[in-house]
Design a protein around this ligand. Structure first.
Ligand SMILES: Nc1ncnc2c1ncn2[C@@H]1O[C@H](COP(=O)(O)OP(=O)(O)OP(=O)(O)O)[C@@H](O)[C@H]1O
Ligand SMILES: [Mg+2]
Length: 387
């Protein structure tokens, strides 16, 4: 922007005014018949470059006419001086007019640009609003994820605690069950079997005393006696299975031997047993655990495996007692069965719980064509308190 009041601008205007005066004078010279349009336009362009407007040029022209008035008779229209001066001024004005047109066009263009900018700004503002909304939405999403994660963590923690409680409860039930079994077994032995024995003795006496004429009665007594004997052996077996007295009195190996012989006879199974005698040095709880594992594993073989042979080995391995029960029957999917958590099937779960209760480990392997192997390892020294 040109500062119109700056000294340099003023002196430039004065120089231009002087040139204008000279040029107008020449233009009015009657000896020069040709119009001096180019010179006038050149002065107009200089005026544009100097930042002059139409009014400036008009003043400049007027001053020049006044200055030339003493030597030129503008009043006489016949000499055409006034008309020439007017034409000169019009030509000088042309660049200014052109500049004004360009400026107007530029302003219009600027307006248009401004409109476009407004539109762009509006679109940007809209985009910005959408962005802000998107950021807020994502934040909310993130928050939900974090909250969800925390909730999940809390639930997991809760489920772990529940699991722990459940295991504790299972162990308490297993321990209580063992005690109860002991009690029932003793009751059966001491009370029920004794009563049955007494009934049998009485029946035998009755049979002997009855006369020949009472043959029918004699036969009836004999049948009842046989029933009582069957019941006695059933109760004996039941009591033994509940808690074999031999386990407490003679030890694990005789108890297992008696149990497997009985099962083998009943289920037509061949059970081979090899045992490390040192197992008897284990405490009563650990021996009971081993007995229960063997009992469940052998029952499973008899019930599910369709096996013909079973091998039971008890050996010593690095600070632990290992008991293995392998059958040659059909296999089953161990992982799937254990994770199925079928509340009706407690055998495998109970075996594992019992073994882990005394600090041991239970593994079950089953493969088609190879049968099933149940392996329990119980530390000899650890868990002495429960042993
Ligand atoms: N030695 C085995 N051979 C083949 N299948 C077996 C054997 N042991 C277990 N299984 C399979 O695993 C399942 C689960 O055994 P588990 O002892 O847990 O339950 P169960 O014997 O069915 O019932 P219970 O609770 O009376 O023991 C059995 O139903 C059977 O299908
Ligand atoms: Mg079972």
């Amino acid at each position: 922007m040109i500062d119109r009041n700056a000294p340099s601008a003023k002196s430039a205007r004065a120089r231009l005014a002087a040139r204008y005066l000279v040029a107008l004078r020449r233009c009015l010279d009657p000896k020069r018949p040709r119009r001096d349009d180019r010179r006038a336009q050149c002065l107009g362009r200089l005026a544009v470059a100097g930042g002059l407007v139409t009014l400036d040029l008009a003043i400049m022209h007027e001053k020049a006419v006044v200055a030339l008035a003493p030597t030129h008779d503008f009043a006489r229209t016949a000499n055409g001086a006034l008309q020439r001066a007017g034409l000169f001024f019009t030509q000088a004005l042309a660049p200014l007019e052109a500049a004004r047109r360009v400026t107007r066009e530029a302003i219009a263009h600027l307006h248009q640009r401004n409109e476009t900018l407004h539109l762009h700004a509006a679109a940007l503002a809209k985009g910005n609003r959408q962005l802000v909304r998107e950021v807020a939405r994502r934040r909310a999403g993130e928050l939900a994820i974090i909250q969800g994660r925390e909730k999940y963590r809390a639930l997991l923690q809760e489920s772990l605690v529940m699991q722990q409680k459940l295991r504790l409860l299972t162990r308490q039930i297993l321990s209580a069950q063992e005690e109860e079994r002991k009690e029932i077994s003793r009751e059966l032995h001491d009370e029920v079997v004794q009563t049955l024995v007494s009934i049998n003795v009485e029946l035998a006496a009755l049979g002997k005393g009855a006369s020949a004429s009472l043959r029918g009665l004699k036969a009836k007594i004999a049948r009842t006696q046989r029933l009582v004997e069957t019941s006695m052996s059933e109760v004996h077996r039941f009591a033994r299975e509940l808690r074999p007295a031999v386990l407490d009195d003679l030890g694990l190996i005789p108890a297992l031997d008696a149990y497997s012989k009985n099962l083998a006879a009943r289920k037509k199974l061949k059970i081979q047993m090899t045992a490390f005698g040192g197992v008897e040095a284990l405490g009563s709880t650990k021996r009971t655990v081993l007995f229960r594992v063997a009992q469940e594993a052998l029952t499973n073989v008899a019930r599910h495996a369709q096996a013909t042979q079973v091998r039971m080995t008890i050996s010593e391995v690095a600070g632990a007692i290992r008991m293995e029960i392998s059958d040659n029957g059909r296999s089953f999917p161990v992982g799937e069965t254990l994770s199925a958590r079928n509340p009706k099937r407690l055998g495998l779960v109970g075996m594992r719980e019992r073994v882990e209760m005394v600090g041991g480990r239970l593994t079950i392997e089953s493969a088609p064509g190879l049968g099933t192997t149940v392996r329990a390892e119980i530390p000899i020294n650890q868990g002495r308190t429960s042993a």
